[in-house]
Ligand binder design. Sequence first.
Ligand code: ADP
Ligand code: MG
Ligand code: MG
Length: 254
Amino acid sequence: MSVLEIKDLHVSVETDQGTTQILRGVNLTINEGEIHAIMGPNGSGKSTLAYTIAGHPKYHVESGTIQLDGEDVLAMTVDARARAGLFLAMQYPVEIPGVSVTNFLRTAKTAIDGTAPPIRTWIKDVRESMTRLRMDKSFAERNVNEGFSGGEKKRNEILQLELLKPKFAVLDETDSGLDVDALKIVSEGVNRAKENTGLGILLITHYTRILRYIKPDFVHVFVNGRIAEQGGPELADRLEDEGYDRYLAESNVN
Ligand code: ADP
Ligand code: MG
Ligand code: MG
């Protein structure tokens, strides 16, 4: 049984104005196969949490811990985190000029598994995955994310998720900018990964819409760098009705 544990995490970032505190004591435990939704207003630190888990060098961990099955994630390089089974689907996926989707996937898979995937099953796996995600096969030979629409970039993130088979995935606003059809396709991909591999998911979102397709086990309200409240799926419905104003008012008082 795999578990990702975040304890009392404080994170700052260096800006022109000096050091800014962004995460202020995040506590979160995700077990294998669980879906945790994090919802919160813009600028509350959701992406900072995602980047910190992935090991982005801009974010400085002041205190607290992140452990994957008891191993110290913060002591691992970015590569080691991926090999350990962590995956980040970025809010703004980056273009990689000169590297095709196929080559990128194969290189990443080889790096993560420590051995190249057997060519015939691999090609079949990639094709089947692309078909399920309704990605035209021409995408295989295109450079990663170059000229991709917003929805195509998000599908490409899920393609990576399906093929790299991580233990835990952080999906940072994977739903933003998707039309309903793309949202369904992306959500189906995420649900398949949970069913097939017991993926644990941290689903960061601004809107409740995606939670109609990906059913969270837990919902966390994220405000001002920490979790202000947690509950079950019913909490998402309440947020849809009431918004974040109540939490913002409370966090300003403190
Ligand atoms: P969210 O994803 O919830 O919208 P972010 O984590 O992107 O929030 O940002 C939280 C706060 O930290 C914002 O005020 C943002 O401007 C600041 N911040 C995040 N990353 C950086 C950075 N690399 N440099 C400067 N400020 C940053
Ligand atoms: Mg933001
Ligand atoms: Mg963000």
